[in-house]
Design a protein around this ligand. Structure first.
Ligand SMILES: Nc1ncnc2c1ncn2[C@@H]1O[C@H](COP(=O)(O)OP(=O)(O)OP(=O)(O)O)[C@@H](O)[C@H]1O
Length: 741
């Protein structure tokens, strides 16, 4: 054999390599480089371990051997790197094959599994009832459990043994067993874990076609000298770039006939999928210097994060073809383009609410409260683009709770006019106003483009068109593809603008989001905004971020709320069904304090106790800005550096990160503290005032407060500590928080 070869790496082999000593890891880097050039080189002592022509060993250094599956003549899959003595002693215990359910290649070192299971803490205990025996071998195989492991699986008796096995087992086997252990029924596991990755009946596969099987496996082609190195060196940070879960992979590569939506609980990799999707779309573009792909999200910090991650994933060539901008900035750009002299200052919803309050105080108006008016203005007047008093008299106010008489509508309209005049005079403009204007401008632009296109078609091509300046002849749609992250928080105006920016057609809009994490009051029905996602919606369920224990408690916070309260962005409902994690850790800790002052010291103590990780990996989340300042000051008193997050992100990435719950959207930390989770603060006391006067609004506000806590809790990777003082928040009741403790 001479000439080059394809070398792939199977998921989990990277972890095994990363655990080797430095010298051996360096030897593996050299090995992959040389092996790709010429697998037949004598230095490798390539040796067939079975006589099926599939499993081979190759020399990495004096003591180590690479184990490789030969997929085709010049196509190899690296499955393990082991000490040569182990290979010699246990070669007959290496099992490999194509899983009959998932169609993916699996490799298991049965010796390593047995040793680890035997060493599991509980394995020494007297034998209890085996956990999975009652399913029987056949049914476990039907779930896709790796067949060589089934005899061991049938004997497992404790959680520690299950986890020990999951560490070495093929990924899907681990997912199935852990889910069964979580108490889910056989049928549920089949539906939620197996079905999404099973090869469909109609797509029968050739059990001997190992190259196609590699395409269904979590395996990555090692393309250059750096690629293996970056997987190994960047550890968990680097893995998302190469090892997509099969359910994620499918969404990235699928051909969609129109707009598509991906939902899923926190940490299921929606952002990762969005990033890979962008790369996939860019890879299919012809060469060019334009930016035909838009990647957008809710705020500035998240957009900056997307840019950094896309750069890590696709390099500067990918980023060069993508416009990465947060949605309000995009709207601002559109409005500026139409009105370059506009120098108004942008304000957000909370600043606008303050303006409403001042307006009411200054005008001595006490029939209406500022929050109601602000919502009415945002959701009805701006949200539905109501331009005149007569339109306002007839507009539908669905979902707004209390009804308004004609006389009341006249009052509200008058106040809304005064409010806009006030903003005008002060040189202010809300993001919602800008979004609404941008949507209108983009719709006009789209109408011009379509009209011109129609004329061109009618006249038989561009050559015959008489070009009028400003008529739209030079206009083009701004983008070919739009990808949206954090979709649950975009408003109707944002969607209208985005819809008008891309021609309707295959792969036009791809959006990811989770309505359980909606923390701004923007409920939309995409279908009515021209974005038809019917039949193109999918859900991710496996969390890569949070441990099972954190996820379970966070989900309990949501459980209390009726499932039906969470929409699917299109008039239906969404759920967290099947949401799971294969990571394990400690249960979130609940701490009661007598006062906020006492909590502040307790926070400092908790941060000190977490001295084993960098301060930047710890975050403290609180309900209000004032409380964030309190935490910063108290930590400083304890000699702990910290940084408070602002609307524009972190002033500096130094020390513990502190912020209000809103600021943590889309972020993640190794360990989190959520403090001040007390009645009156979470939800804030004003919310209950709606209970009698506007029950619908009351319900919405509670839902939003619940979602905020849910978002905050699910930012934690492996540890979460929750503090309250006074009465614990009602949302903590399902977690067992009470003052009687
Ligand atoms: N296939 C994967 N392999 C390894 N890590 C992954 C994979 N998919 C996601 N992750 C990791 O899981 C974490 C969460 O991913 P991501 O931020 O995409 O989730 P999300 O669904 O967008 O979360 P949220 O809704 O909470 O914002 C990240 O640290 C990411 O790197």
């Amino acid at each position: 054999m001479t000439g080059g070869a394809t070398l792939r790496l199977l998921d989990k082999a990277d972890k095994e390599i990363a655990a080797l000593d430095r010298t051996t890891v360096e030897a593996v880097y050299r090995f992959q480089r040389d092996f790709r050039k010429n697998p037949g080189a004598g230095v490798f002592h390539l040796r067939e371990l079975r006589d099926d022509g599939r499993l081979f060993s190759a020399r990495v250094d004096q003591d180590h051997r690479a184990l490789l599956l030969r997929l085709a003549a010049d196509d190899w899959l690296l499955v393990s790197v082991q000490h040569r003595d182990r290979v010699k002693q246990h070669a007959d215990r290496l099992a490999y094959g194509i899983n009959q359910v998932t169609g993916a290649i699996e490799y298991v070192d049965l010796q390593a599994v047995e040793e680890d299971v035997r060493d599991a803490p509980d394995a020494q205990q007297p034998v209890e009832e085996p956990l999975f025996a009652h399913y029987g071998a056949e049914r476990l195989a039907e779930l896709g459990v790796a067949e060589p492991l089934i005899p061991i699986v049938l004997k497992l008796t404790s959680d520690d043994e299950v986890r020990a096995l999951a560490k070495y087992a093929p990924r899907h086997t681990g997912e199935v067993l852990l889910r069964l252990r979580d108490g889910y029924s056989y049928e549920d596991v089949k539906e939620q874990v197996t079905a999404p990755v099973a090869v469909k009946k109609e797509d029968e596969f050739d059990a001997e076609d190992w190259q196609s099987a590699a395409g269904r496996s979590q395996a990555v082609v090692i393309t250059d000298d750096e690629s293996l190195q970056s997987i190994i060196e960047e550890r968990d940070f680097g893995r998302w770039k190469v090892f997509l879960h099969p359910t994620q992979e499918k969404l990235v590569r699928r051909e969609y006939s129109g707009p598509a939506r991906v939902s899923g609980g926190p940490g299921t990799g929606k952002t990762i999928v969005a990033l890979h999707r962008v790369k996939h779309l860019v890879d299919r573009l012809g060469p060019g210097h334009t930016k035909p792909v838009l990647l957008t999200t809710f705020n500035k910090n998240l957009a900056a994060d997307l840019r950094a991650r896309l750069l890590a994933l696709g390099g500067p060539e990918t980023v060069a073809r993508v416009d990465i901008v947060h949605v309000d900035q995009l709207a601002t750009r559109v409005v500026r383009e139409a009105d370059p002299g506009n120098a108004k200052r942008r304000i957000d919803d909370s600043q606008a609410l303050r303006e409403w309050r001042q307006l009411l105080v200054e005008s001595g108006e006490n029939r209406w409260d500022a929050e109601f008016l602000s919502d009415e203005w945002n959701q009805v007047i701006l949200g539905q683009a109501v331009r005149s008093r007569s339109d306002y008299f007839v507009v539908r106010r669905a979902g707004r709770g209390r009804t308004l008489s004609r006389a009341e509508r006249a009052q509200v309209w008058q106040l809304a006019e005064r409010f806009t005049q006030r903003l005008e005079l002060k040189g202010l403009e809300t993001h919602r106003q800008v979004a609404e204007r941008a949507a209108r401008l983009e719709l006009d632009r789209k109408t011009k483009i379509d009209r011109r296109q129609q004329q061109t078609d009618e006249r038989g091509g561009l050559a015959n068109v008489h070009v009028e300046s400003g008529s739209g002849a030079f206009l083009r749609y701004r983008y070919r593809h739009i990808v949206v992250d954090e979709a649950q928080d975009l408003s109707a105006a944002h969607w209208k603008m985005l819809r008008a920016m891309v021609p309707a057609g295959p792969n036009d809009i791809f959006l990811v989001g989770d309505t359980h994490q909606r923390i701004y009051d923007n409920q939309v029905t995409l279908g009515s905004l021209g974005i038809n996602i019917r039949g193109r919606s999918s859900r991710l369920t496996l969390s890569y971020r949070t441990t099972w224990e954190i996820l379970r408690d966070a989900t309990k916070v949501m459980d209390e709320a009726a499932e039906a309260d969470y929409d699917d962005l299109d008039g239906g409902t969404d759920s967290l069904k099947g949401y799971r994690s294969v990571l394990h850790g400690r249960r979130p800790a609940l701490h009661r304090a007598d006062s906020w002052d006492e909590t502040l010291d307790a926070i400092a103590d908790q941060v000190k106790a977490w001295h084993d990780i960098p301060r930047e990996s710890v975050a403290v989340c609180v309900p209000t800005n004032d409380m964030a300042s309190d935490v910063e000051q108290r930590l400083a008193r304890h000699g702990i550096t910290s940084t408070v997050m602002t609307r524009d992100g972190l002033p500096r990435n130094e020390g513990v990160h502190i912020g209000t719950m809103y600021r943590f959207k889309g972020l993640e930390y190794q360990r989190m503290i959520i403090a001040g989770v007390s009645e009156g603060l979470v939800p804030r006391s004003a919310v209950d005032a709606w209970q009698r006067t506007d029950p619908l609004r009351h319900r919405r506000e509670l839902q939003r407060a619940r979602s905020l806590l849910f978002v905050a809790a699910t930012r934690a990777r492996d540890a979460l500590a929750i503090f309250w003082h006074g009465e614990p928040s009602r949302f903590l009741a399902p977690l067992g928080a009470s003052n009687r403790a």
